[in-house]
Design a binder for this molecule. Structure first.
Ligand SMILES: Cc1ncc(COP(=O)(O)O)c(C=O)c1O
Length: 373
């Protein structure tokens, strides 16, 4: 897709606006109509970062001459304080995807296999294959769109180096109950390392079946939890994620760490974002309102979707997902990549009200067809 000069200028203007003034959250979004393409494809925070993070980024630009040594230590300490753990338990990276790459390097030497769900956020499967791992075992989700832990257990053996669990899961937005995960972890081979990806943790709210493995840790050195600043914190473009694990696991993850891969501006942004609890709370509330409104619109059209506890929804379209995605792309609106295992579904990230108005306008241009189940 090409972007016209007018669109680029509008984007620059929007960027200048947000950095020039600290905008109260309720004044977001400022731009109407929204800049093109409308991005409902990557589960970002549609309202941008916390104004405090924006301010920290601006202030830290003057440190661009420095290597991020002090910043790295400082941020690891801030994250440790936030989670009430030791800084040695924190591994920083340029996005949590980078942590997944480090886990592949550390725990999937030749002869080891990876077990994960399908569909899930499968970056780790691609990374493993790139690293030469042939044995990637993908276990379909169960009927509730939770991880089929019994089957994952059956597929795990002494050759299993890594088990990846995305909770809540992307692209379904669904949960795997905490108590089932605990039983599962207790039974998997003692040599397997379990990565629990909590990228969408802040959106879950008070769901009774859910508890973070950082906030409520198991006394089990095999568990590594990943988090990201790309979602609710609205800092996807800054590339910052982290893992929480035992100090020993952090050291083995770090064996393939890109030195100073986290830049000075991103580190300052993340520290400010972590402190801005009000922004996180407001973003979660706003998302749940916007998501409810999206479900209302789906219901009005007799469309079905999977219940989501995240900032995206997987909807059943009645048409091949590839066709729907292409139709939206032609109308300058990006949706999640088609899910091969669920070919009539598309994943829609929840955008601003303006974004979603445009989504429905373009939706209603789709050819008439049997959209419900
Ligand atoms: C479940 C999950 N984990 C990790 C990531 C990657 O996040 P990051 O931007 O920190 O690399 C994503 C991005 O969409 C995701 O959905």
């Amino acid at each position: 897709m090409t972007f016209s000069r007018r669109i680029l200028l509008r984007r620059f203007a929007a960027g200048a606006l947000t950095s020039a003034a600290i905008t109260p959250l309720d004044d977001y979004p400022s731009a109407s109509p929204p800049p093109r393409p409308i991005r409902l494809d990557k589960n970002e925070n549609a309202y941008g970062p916390s104004p405090k993070a924006t301010e920290a980024m601006r202030a830290s630009l003057q440190l661009a001459n420095r290597y991020p040594t002090v910043e790295y230590e400082h941020l690891a300490e801030r994250i440790a304080n936030f989670h009430k753990i030791k800084p040695e338990q924190v591994t920083l990276a340029a996005g949590s995807r980078e942590i997944l790459r480090m886990a592949v390097t550390a725990y999937l030497p030749p002869g080891k296999n990876l077990v994960l769900a399908s569909p899930t956020f499968d970056a780790i499967a691609h990374l493993a294959r790139l690293a030469g791992v042939d044995d990637v075992v993908m276990v379909p989700l169960n009927k509730r769109y939770s991880h089929d832990l019994d089957r994952m257990l059956r597929e795990s053996d002494a050759s299993t180096g890594l088990i990846y669990v995305c909770n809540p899961n992307n692209p379904t937005g669904s949960l795997t109950p905490r108590k089932d995960l605990e039983l599962f972890i207790g039974k998997v081979p003692s040599t397997a390392v379990i990565v629990i990806d909590e990228a969408y943790h802040e959106y879950v709210g008070g769901a009774s079946e859910y508890a973070s493995f950082i906030d409520h840790p198991l006394d089990d050195d095999r568990v590594i939890v990943t988090r990201t600043f790309s979602k609710i914190h609205g800092l996807a473009g800054m590339r910052l994620g982290y893992a929480v694990s035992s100090p020993q696991r952090s050291r083995s993850l770090s064996s393939s760490k890109l030195q100073w891969g986290v830049n000075v501006v991103a580190a300052h942004a993340a520290a400010a974002a972590l402190d801005d609890i009000d922004f996180v709370r407001l973003s979660a509330n706003r998302n749940s309102n916007d998501r409810q409104e999206f479900y209302n619109k789906l219901n009005a059209r007799m469309l079905r979707a999977i219940d989501s506890l995240t900032n995206f929804v997987l909807i059943k379209t009645g048409l091949p997902g590839t066709q729907v995605v292409e139709h939206f792309r032609k109308n300058e609106l990006l949706l999640g990549a088609p899910v091969p295992q669920m070919e009539k579904y598309v994943r829609v990230s929840i955008g601003s009200p303006e974004d979603m108005r445009e989504f429905w306008r373009v939706w209603d241009l789709l050819p008439a067809h049997q959209m419900s189940m």
